[in-house]
Write a protein that binds this ligand. Sequence first.
Ligand code: SF4
Ligand code: SF4
Length: 67
Amino acid sequence: MARITIEAEYCKACGLCVSACKKGVIRFGGGTNAMGYHAVEPDETKGCVGCKLCAVVCPEAAIEVYR
Ligand code: SF4
Ligand code: SF4
């Protein structure tokens, strides 16, 4: 299965990746990063298909996709 990593300190919580992922893999996390944003995080229980849409839409290049 594919998987993603999200660099929380780069994330500005714009939500573009959350909207882009049709598998529901990305959700807003409970904490805040050093900039005070509620960074998103991957939900490992959802099935990432490695389409890379999340990484493409992220303006902060915070997401890496492994497949
Ligand atoms: S690679 Fe595709 S399926 Fe996986 S988290 Fe990103 S948008 Fe969702
Ligand atoms: S698209 Fe990038 S900056 Fe925006 S919420 Fe997702 S990881 Fe954070």
